[in-house]
Design a binder for this molecule. Structure first.
Ligand SMILES: Cc1ncc(COP(=O)(O)O)c(C=O)c1O
Length: 407
């Protein structure tokens, strides 16, 4: 069938950022071949049974019975306020003493990042990101006109030497210092790496020395099922340079679209002005009740068990099925691991073949801001969504595809 031409009638009316990418986005892309029967290792979706459905039904009934007029009104009522208390208590448990004025509840972490970008980024401003990093965050920053520079990362998270070298080089060339560093310090998306304590200290020192802010996206920090967590960057910082982003997408459900920002008051005050149109106080009330009723902790315990089983199943399958020359990260939490396939594999090119064999994934190259060809042999594999048996099938299919591709 002939491909239909894109309707170009309104192109001249689009903003330049949109016009610039009409023929394909600058970053990433999450398209995956349509392969109904393939095991999807593609997206960071929680597994379906993880959702605390009964608890959310009960919480919804309670807030509507007790507070409908406030819950359904602009601004919310007592239960929406309790969500703030609950989130501040969880932040406190992670070593962060934030006040009510330093907390902004948003419609998800992505929305939080968008509000932060719109607060700090003028078109053309430099933002540093990990290389590789979460593609959708790249798009959000790109939407605001940020110029993105990647900083290398390894099994211990962002490399402070690489960060320092980038900052020094920019300074030597007379280029402006970046305003923001966007980092995912815990169980990074896509690699699963966690930033070590020593590296956290150096990153904080560099932020002070070069005068930039650190946006720490902590989507996965609570999902540690093994090992010890270093303190969050914000807990180690006394300069007010760390802006934390959180979400309940991975610990309750992404459909509730609720996240938050914790930032020093002078920053939070301005970010708050960029959170346009209010947020979803109905959902916030339901979550306030959910936390108040004591469901957060026990659900999290259940999830940790579910994700650990899935991570173990994937590691076990990788060990059994993948051909020699393959390697992978072994995260102690989160949703993803990063696999590197044998010499000669191009994971992007191999994707249709993999789908035919029965598995889909996101090719590694899509997570880099530059087209240096890094990540060509790699892929992000999500262990969060499928059952342990499906994960085994998916990895077996990945192994078959790799062998066929290299044949
Ligand atoms: C690092 C990171 N940040 C943010 C998000 C999205 O969070 P939310 O659903 O709250 O927008 C994800 C989800 O995939 C993620 O991996």
């Amino acid at each position: 069938m002939a491909e239909q031409a894109r309707d170009e009638r309104f192109d001249h009316l689009f903003a330049s950022t949109v016009r610039d990418r009409l023929d394909g986005g600058r970053y990433g892309g999450s398209a995956s071949p349509a392969a109904e029967d393939a095991v999807p290792l593609t997206y960071g979706f929680p597994y379906p049974e993880s959702f605390p459905t009964a608890e959310l039904v009960a919480a919804t009934e309670t807030v509507l019975e007790e507070e409908a007029a406030d819950v359904l009104q602009y601004g919310g009522g007592e239960y929406a306020e309790r969500l703030h208390d609950g989130l501040l208590a969880r932040e406190h448990d992670r070593g962060i003493d934030a006040s009510r004025e330093e907390l902004i509840v948003t419609n998800g972490a992505t929305y939080a990042l968008d509000a932060i970008a719109s607060t700090f980024v003028d078109p053309g401003d430099e933002v540093l990101v990990e290389s590789p990093t979460f593609v959708w965050s790249l798009s959000v920053l790109d939407n605001r006109g940020a110029e993105l520079t990647g900083v290398a990362l390894d099994d211990n998270g962002l490399d402070p030497d690489a960060l320092e070298a980038t900052l020094e080089a920019r300074e030597a060339a007379g280029e402006p210092t970046p305003k923001l560093l966007y980092t995912i310090p815990e169980f990074q998306n896509p690699t699963g790496a966690t930033l070590t304590r020593e590296r956290r200290e150096r990153v904080l020192e560099l932020a002070a020395e070069y005068d930039f802010l650190i946006v720490a996206d902590d989507a996965y920090g609570e999902l540690r099922f093994a090992g010890e967590s270093p303190p969050p960057l914000a807990a180690m910082d006394d300069s007010g340079r760390v802006i934390r982003v959180g979400t309940v997408s991975k610990t309750i459900a992404p459909g509730v679209r609720t996240g938050w920002i914790v930032a020093a008051e002078p920053l939070a005050e301005q970010i708050g002005t960029m959170v346009a149109g209010g947020t979803n106080t109905f959902t916030q009330s339901v979550l306030g009740r959910y936390i108040d009723a004591g469901h957060y902790g026990p659900t999290l315990e259940r999830l940790l068990d579910g994700y650990e089983k899935r991570r173990d199943a994937m590691l076990d399958a990788l060990e059994r099925h993948l051909p020699a020359g393959s390697s992978w990260t072994e995260p102690e939490g989160g949703f993803f691991l990063w696999v590197t396939l044998p010499e000669g594999v191009d994971a992007e090119e191999m994707l249709p073949l993999a789908a035919e064999e029965g598995v889909t994934y996101l090719p590694g190259e899509r997570f880099f801001v530059d087209d240096s060809g890094r990540g060509t042999r790699s892929a992000r594999l999500s262990f969060s969504h499928c059952s342990p048996a499906e994960l085994d099938e998916g990895i077996a299919a990945l192994a078959r595809a790799t062998e066929r591709y290299l044949d």
